[in-house]
Write a protein that binds this ligand. Structure first.
Ligand code: HPA
Length: 234
C-alpha cells in the first residue's frame, strides 16, 4: 500500500475516475459499476474497483484542492501504475451563458496555485488535457447529443475569495469556470507521462449566485460520469 491508499498492487485499474467527494466515489461505484469492491478507506477517502462494459475501472475520492488531489494522483501513478486519470467534478460558472447543469470539458487549467512557480520560476507552464482523452470525450458527447463547452478552466486555491468578484478578470480572458484541482492534475500527469482529463458540471454561478439543488447535481453528474466511463474504458 501507499501512505494514503490502502490497496494492494493490482487492486486498482489502469484508469481511475476522480471525484473530489469520497461519497460520490461510492455513488459512482454503486450506480454505474458491476462487482465493485472498496479498496480504500484510509482517512475515509473511499476508492472502488469494478467493471464497466466488462472492463476494469476504478473510482477514487481525491479531496478538495490541488494539494489533496496530488497526493492521490502521485500514489495512483507511482505505486499503482495508473495510466489515465479522469476528474469528474463540479465547478462555478464564470460566463453568463454557462448555467447550472452545463458540462465543461477542460482543455487547459489556469491556476492561482503556486505549485508550478517553484518548478518553472519566472516562466509559466500551461497545463493541458491529454489530447487523446479530450478527443474521445468530445467525440462521444457529440455523437450522443450531450451539449458541452470546451475551454480553459481556473483551478483556484481558495473556495471563498476576498474580494469575491475576482472572477471578472478570468471571465474576460475566456475562462469558463472555477474549480480547485484540474491544473494540478494536468501538470502531474504530464510530469509522469500519463493521460489526464477533467470533465466538470456547473453547480453554481459566480455571476448570478444561483446554486444547483441536490437533484440537479445528481442529474448533471450522470452525463459527466457517463462520458468519463466511456472514455476510460474505450
Ligand atoms: N469555486 C471553487 N470550486 C468550486 C466552485 C466554486 O465556486 N463551485 C464548485 N466547485
Amino acid at each position: 500500500m501507499s501512505i494514503h491508499i490502502g490497496a494492494k498492487k493490482g487492486e486498482i485499474a489502469d484508469t481511475v475516475l476522480l471525484p473530489g467527494d469520497p461519497l460520490r466515489a461510492k455513488w459512482i461505484a454503486e450506480s454505474f459499476l458491476e462487482d465493485a469492491t472498496c479498496y480504500n478507506n484510509v482517512r475515509g477517502m473511499l476508492g472502488f474497483t469494478g467493471t464497466y462494459r466488462g472492463k476494469k475501472i476504478s473510482v477514487q475520492g481525491s479531496g478538495m484542492g490541488i494539494p489533496s488531489a496530488l497526493i492521490y494522483c502521485y500514489e495512483l501513478i507511482n505505486t499503482y501504475d495508473v495510466k489515465k486519470l479522469i476528474r469528474v467534478g463540479t465547478a462555478g460558472s464564470y460566463q453568463k451563458d454557462l448555467t447550472l447543469g452545463d458540462l465543461v470539458i477542460a482543455m487547459a487549467g489556469s491556476t492561482t496555485s503556486s505549485i508550478n512557480n517553484s518548478i518553472f520560476q519566472t516562466a509559466h507552464y500551461a497545463p493541458t488535457a491529454s489530447f487523446d482523452l479530450f478527443n474521445k470525450a468530445v467525440t462521444y458527447a457529440q455523437e450522443n447529443g450531450l451539449a458541452f463547452r470546451a475551454g480553459n478552466v481556473l483551478s483556484a486555491d481558495e473556495f471563498y475569495d476576498d474580494p469575491d468578484d475576482l472572477y471578472h478578470l478570468w471571465s474576460r480572458y475566456g475562462v469558463l469556470c472555477v474549480e480547485m484541482e484540474t491544473a494540478g492534475i494536468y501538470t502531474m500527469a504530464a510530469r509522469h507521462g500519463v493521460d489526464a482529463l477533467s470533465i466538470l458540471t456547473i453547480s453554481d454561478s459566480l455571476i448570478t449566485k444561483v446554486r444547483s439543488t441536490p437533484e440537479e447535481r445528481e442529474t448533471g453528474f450522470r452525463d459527466m460520469v457517463d462520458i468519463a466511463l466511456q472514455v476510460g474504458t474505450d
